[in-house]
Ligand binder design. Sequence first.
Ligand code: ATP
Length: 235
Amino acid sequence: MLLEVEDLSVNYGVIQAVKGVSFKVNEGEIVSLIGANGAGKTTILKTISGLMKPSGGKIVYEGHEIQKQKSQKIVAGGISQVPEGRRIFAGLTVLENLQMGAFLRKDRDGLKKDYQEVFERFPVLRERKNQDAATLSGGEQQMLAMGRALTAKPKLLLMDEPSMGLAPIFINEIFDIIQAIKQQGTTVLLIEQNASKALAIADRGYVLATGNILMTGTGQELLANEDVQKAYLGG
Ligand code: ATP
């Protein structure tokens, strides 16, 4: 097992956003957390990556508790996040944005090779590498955010709503890319409001509502579940 979240609670002041949530991610899996707006998905990802501290529970990564670690140490340990809204740096070029993802790495030759890998995976980023990142389309910005997270060579990639705000043609492409990232050995924890796509590519999924896990199963089991269909798949 790569990641185990045990009885995690997270508060914003008096608001309890996450209420005793437990789930696990095995090495090599894509695990999708689905749930409506405000269910607590983003808060869980931010807590795993160390941007928020839990009020209770544990986050165990590769056998070690990390819930008290600083985010920089967590990144160095192999967890990278592709944030909601992509958070690319406007005013910096595409290449400079990629370099921000690798700020903890010292191996210059390895880095050059990794930029080449990112450019092979996302050729459009190579074409635009000297262009201001703000001029990219939404789908291209999502690719840049993914490429930036991948240059940190993560074992576990946390993805927050990668399909948000994208045109349908880009949405399919993004989900294909997530599967390719898994094929190359990176484990993925994905949160999405696009439940049908997120479950279709998931090995396993968890349904979250108002800070609690309601249901879990394989991606296919959840897709076939009537309650999931009614609540999240518009069926
Ligand atoms: P979304 O899809 O909108 O990102 P989510 O499932 O990721 O939803 P969270 O963003 O984790 O949900 O929010 C969980 C709960 O915490 C919600 O009730 C939300 O209103 C509350 N919350 C989130 N951020 C804050 C904040 N900065 N201050 C106070 N409450 C917050």
